[in-house]
Structures are given as structure tokens and as C-alpha cells.
Design a protein around this ligand. Structure first.
Ligand SMILES: NC(=O)c1ccc[n+]([C@@H]2O[C@H](COP(=O)([O-])OP(=O)(O)OC[C@H]3O[C@@H](n4cnc5c(N)ncnc54)[C@H](OP(=O)(O)O)[C@@H]3O)[C@@H](O)[C@H]2O)c1
Length: 327
């Protein structure tokens, strides 16, 4: 009898996950799809520096027709020469400020229909809200969030029509500070959390046009932007942010393209990012039934890990304040 009960239990333990996998296989939406990159028009904002430049280089290496947009024409020329020298591919460059809708629309008209739009431009000025000027808050929201609206609004009509029958992609560069609020990033986190709402709603609006939205969440990444940012970082921001390490721009670009090509909605870039993505999966779309399985099964445990992180961060904040009051 005991033997029978044990084998029944073992069978149940095997069947339950299989049944869950089967259910998830049928219900995950949107359905899996592949986004081809070779010979397609990849348009990258903020493509003259850091992560954007690495993305442009990666796209060119994969045989895409690449366009990059940024404000400084000198930096754009430099980026174009660098990509041309290392890949032999010519890159189209466009100078515009994403905050200017008319300028962005003109560029999109000139560049022609886009197959993969990577909205990557971003500015980050860390400071506690009480000290930060509202002009800086507005600057980050305008470039990171409103600039992304401008870019997508300008590109969408032609992307919907499409030149071929292949699926297209809109990818947004968020940040791990767009998954979890971090000390010193009130404005930056708000602008990046905003991208998530944009992306979740937009995916529903464009799915019937075979356009697939990806949201990329890099940790600290070694770029000119980060070098400038760390000069101004409050000490507590560094203490909290260091738990996710620093990646190279090329590594982030590689992860980003893997995500875009498989049309993943959430694209983490490292292990901590993968844990964060499971912890914050919420109501976001999931195409992979295997990842959906991991999210369902690991939810409780990952929440526990998240609570340990919060415990560690809040202890760090309390200790830092106690030490700096004494000093
Ligand atoms: N580096 C990190 O640690 C990190 C971590 C997570 C997420 N991210 C995100 O990744 C993205 C790229 O960051 P990065 O570190 O590579 O930055 P970066 O090296 O400072 O490059 C930023 C790019 O955006 C362009 N840009 C800035 N403001 C613009 C505007 N108003 N209109 C058009 N283009 C503009 C810049 O060129 P111009 O100045 O010439 O316009 C440049 O090409 C950002 O969205 C950032 O929030 C970065």
C-alpha cells in the first residue's frame, strides 16, 4: 500500500509540471515569432554612443541596413566611420533631437520605412528629488519618455504598412531602474517605468499589424553616459546599484538583439536582470511557455529573494544615514 502511495505521488509530481507546461504552451500570448534582421532596415536612436553604438555595430555585422539618430553630427560621423571601418557597412546618420516631433518626423520620412525601431536614446542625472531641479526632472522625462512617444508616433504609420510581409519590431531601452525604484533615480526611474506602460499597451495596439514590442532592461553598462553619470551619483545610489554589476555595451547589445530577434517582450541582460524580470513579470505578455513556467513556479521564491534585497538596501540606507549623521 505504501509502495502504491509513493508511486502515485511520484507520478503526480511528474504529471503536474507536465500538465502546467502543456496548459502554458496553449495559452501564452502573443504567440512566438522570429524577427529577421539581415537585409532589413534597423533604425536606432541614440546610436552614436554607448549601448546605441554597440547596437548599430551589431546590426551592421548581422547584415542589416542601419540608420542612427542623435543630436551631435560630429559624434554621428565618428560612429559612422567606426562602423564602416570595422564592418564595411555604410550607415545612414540623422541629426535630430527626439524632443522635437517635427524634426523626428522629417528624419523618418527621409530614412524610409523601418523594420526594427530601437528607441534607445536616454539621459540620466542622478540626484535625490529634494535637491534636483525640476528642469532636470523634466529633461529626463522629455528625452526618455516623451522622446520615445515622438519617435514611435512618427515611425508607426509606415511600419504598419511595411514593405514586406515579415514581422517588424519596436524595442525600447529601459533600465533595471525601470523595473525597481533606486535611491537617487526618482526622475530617471519614473521615465523608465513609463516606458513599460507604453510598451504593454502599444503591444496590444500593434499586434494585429505583426509588430512586436520588446523592452530591454540593462544594468549599469560601461558607456560614456555612465562615466558622466557616476561623477554625480549619490553614494547610496552606487551602493544599491552595485548589486547588479557593470556590463560592457557590446554584451548588452548582443542580449538586446537576441531578445528582439525572438520578439521577447521583456529582455533582461544578466542573471540579476533575469531574476528581476521574474519578480516583476506581473501582467506583462510572455511568448515563451518555458519562461512562463519558470515565472509561475519561481514566483514565490523570487519574491522572497526580492524581499531580502529590499532588507539589504534599507539596512544599507539606515547605516549610511547613521554614519553620516555622526560624521
Ligand atoms: N549606461 C548605463 O549604465 C545604462 C543602464 C541602463 C539603461 N541605460 C539606457 O541605455 C540607453 C543608452 O545609454 P548609454 O549609456 O549608451 O548613453 P550615452 O552613451 O550617453 O548615449 C546616449 C545617446 O543618446 C543620444 N541622445 C541623448 N539625448 C538625445 C536627444 N534629446 N535626442 C536624440 N538623441 C539623444 C546621444 O547623442 P547626442 O548627445 O549627440 O544627442 C547618444 O547617442 C539610455 O536609454 C539609458 O537610459 C543605460
Amino acid at each position: 500500500m505504501a509502495y502504491f502511495n509513493l508511486s502515485f505521488l511520484a507520478l503526480l509530481l511528474l504529471l503536474l509540471p507536465l500538465a502546467l507546461l502543456l496548459i502554458l504552451y496553449f495559452i501564452v500570448r502573443p504567440r512566438p515569432v522570429k524577427i529577421p534582421i539581415k537585409n532589413r532596415h534597423v533604425f536606432i536612436t541614440g546610436g552614436s554612443s554607448g549601448i546605441g553604438l554597440a547596437l548599430a555595430h551589431q546590426a551592421a555585422s548581422e547584415g542589416a541596413r542601419v540608420s542612427i539618430l542623435a543630436r551631435s553630427i560630429d559624434k554621428l560621423e565618428e560612429a559612422k566611420n567606426y562602423i564602416q571601418l570595422s564592418t564595411g557597412i555604410d550607415v545612414s546618420i540623422f541629426s535630430a533631437d527626439v524632443r522635437d516631433y517635427d524634426a523626428v518626423s522629417k528624419v523618418v520620412e527621409e530614412a524610409g520605412p523601418i523594420d526594427v525601431l530601437i528607441v534607445n536614446q536616454g539621459v540620466f542625472v542622478p540626484e535625490e528629488l529634494e535637491k534636483q531641479g525640476l528642469d532636470e526632472v523634466k529633461f529626463m522625462v522629455d528625452v526618455n519618455l516623451i522622446g520615445s512617444f515622438n519617435m514611435i508616433k512618427a515611425a508607426l504609420p509606415k511600419m504598419k504598412k511595411g514593405e514586406d510581409s515579415m514581422p517588424r519590431s519596436i524595442a525600447l531601452m529601459s533600465s533595471q531602474a525601470g523595473q525597481v525604484g533606486i535611491y537617487g533615480y526618482t526622475a530617471y526611474s519614473a521615465s523608465k517605468f513609463g516606458l513599460r506602460g507604453l510598451a504593454e499597451a502599444l503591444q496590444q495596439e500593434v499586434i494585429s499589424h505583426d509588430i512586436h514590442v520588446s523592452l530591454i532592461f540593462p544594468p549599469d553598462t560601461d558607456t560614456p553616459g555612465l562615466t558622466e553619470e557616476t561623477k554625480k551619483r549619490p553614494q547610496l545610489t552606487s551602493i544599491i546599484a552595485e548589486s547588479s554589476g557593470v556590463m560592457k555595451a557590446e554584451e548588452v547589445a548582443k542580449k538586446a538583439f537576441e531578445g528582439i530577434k525572438s520578439a521577447a517582450f521583456i529582455v533582461p541582460c544578466n542573471l540579476e536582470g533575469a531574476l528581476l524580470s521574474i519578480a516583476t513579470a506581473g501582467m506583462s505578455p510572455q511568448r515563451s511557455f518555458v519562461m512562463a513556467f519558470v515565472e509561475v513556479v519561481a514566483a514565490g521564491l523570487v519574491r522572497l529573494v526580492a524581499l531580502f534585497f529590499q532588507w539589504n538596501w534599507y539596512n544599507g540606507i539606515r547605516t549610511w544615514h547613521a554614519q553620516n549623521k555622526r560624521a
